[in-house]
Write a new protein. Structure first.
Lengths: 186, 194
């Protein structure tokens, strides 16, 4: 039955996707292809849509697959299934394992994990900027995107310096969407 | 405003403006939950990021559940998580039903190219803020540098290694350094006594 398959398939994805969306994409691909819910081309399109719409990418993928295979009920089941493991695990950590975070070995492990995650986040951001502007040794960079990146960075960090209270991340996203429509559209 | 409604609206707003995965969301959470509403401290946000990253599931959901539970127990956790999911759910449901060629609409594609630039900036901003607040000791500095360069190399040479490996190794290093330090302290104490 499609609803049961969606439930089990996305529970599996929600439970085994360590490290967020980029770990989940191959998992979801496998589940969707194994069940024959979509062909390769549709999967690629589904991933592209999920990456370019707001919200957690995994939730987007679950809703899209669920809805196209089982309507609103399918969407509800797939989305709940992909969210449930994360929800329950955090709840467990917060409720039962409060003292877990005060354990000295856990603290020591966190001492190593935190800088590691900072490094991962920093590299993710820089790689994203590099890819947006197509910077590489062999191809000419996308000058327009480079200029936009510099301009938006100046606006974002500049207002914070000058006005003390900078523009909010949400405002930056709105401005960038608007600027994208104008500059890339022309 | 009652806290539950506030939780719902705040996370719905964050869900509505989270593009490109969980990391860009850190800047949004920092802006709303740490600076404006003071629901959690920066340190708690760092703990939350580590927990979210080391547990399965969408990072955004982990964070919503975490903040929701802190401010409103079980009901708060449920409401914050539902708030986070709802915008995605509605948007994707409508797209899958009614917009077959959503990505072929040119202004949508152009807007998204613009948004990707903002997302890159927001992610770097989140990382820089964390770096500024990190303790400047040798171990964390070395780990930051190693994980940064490892991730860059993994991406540039498209090596098939999950970031989970990096996390496991760093947790292990953290424990080893701690054990070595406490041994060194014990030895010092013994030397002092004798």
């Amino acid at each position: 039955m499609i609803y049961l398959d969606l439930l089990i398939g996305f529970l599996e994805v929600g439970f085994f996707s360590f490290g967020g969306a980029y770990a989940a994409i191959p998992l979801i691909r496998d589940v969707v292809l194994a069940h024959g819910w979509m062909d390769e081309e549709m999967v690629a399109y589904m991933i592209a849509i999920s990456e370019s719409t707001p919200g957690p990418i995994m939730v987007n993928m679950a809703t899209y697959v669920g809805s196209s295979k089982g309507g609103i009920l399918g969407a509800l089941i797939a989305t709940t299934a992909v969210v449930l493991p994360a929800f329950l695990i955090i709840l467990l950590i917060m409720v039962l394992l409060k003292r877990f975070l005060e354990n000295k070995y856990v603290k020591a492990a966190l001492g190593g994990l935190k800088p590691c995650i900072i490094g991962i986040i920093l590299s993710t951001g820089i790689l994203m900027i590099i890819k947006n502007s197509n910077i590489s040794l062999s191809v000419k960079p996308d000058i327009l995107s480079l200029v936009l990146t510099a301009a938006l960075a100046v606006v974002y960090f500049g207002t914070r310096k000058v006005l003390k209270k900078g523009i909010s991340p949400i405002l930056l996203i709105c401005i960038s969407a608007f600027v994208g429509v104008i500059t890339y559209g022309l | 405003m009652p806290i539950l409604i506030d939780l719902f609206l705040t996370f719905a707003k964050i869900g509505m403006f989270t593009f490109g995965g969980g990391y860009a969301m850190i800047s949004l959470i920092e802006n709303d939950c740490v600076e404006k509403k003071k629901w959690i401290t920066h340190d708690e946000m760092m703990d939350m990021t580590v927990i979210a990253e080391s547990t399965p599931g969408p990072v955004a959901i982990n964070c919503a559940t975490y903040v929701g539970y802190k401010k409103g127990k079980l009901l708060g956790a449920i409401i914050a998580t539902v708030g986070m999911v709802l915008p995605s759910f509605i948007i994707l449901f409508l797209i899958s039903k009614y917009f077959d060629k959503f990505l072929e609409i040119s202004w949508v594609a152009n807007a998204f190219r613009g948004i990707k630039i903002a997302v890159g900036i927001l992610i770097v901003d989140a990382a820089v803020k964390m770096l500024q607040k990190m303790k400047k000791k040798p171990m964390p500095i070395i780990i930051v540098a190693c994980s940064f360069f490892a991730m860059m190399l993994i991406d540039i040479y498209s090596i098939n290694i999950s970031s989970m490996i990096l996390l496991l190794v760093s947790a292990f290093i953290g424990i080893i350094v701690f054990v070595m330090k406490s041994h060194a302290k014990k030895r010092e104490k013994r030397n002092d006594l004798s």
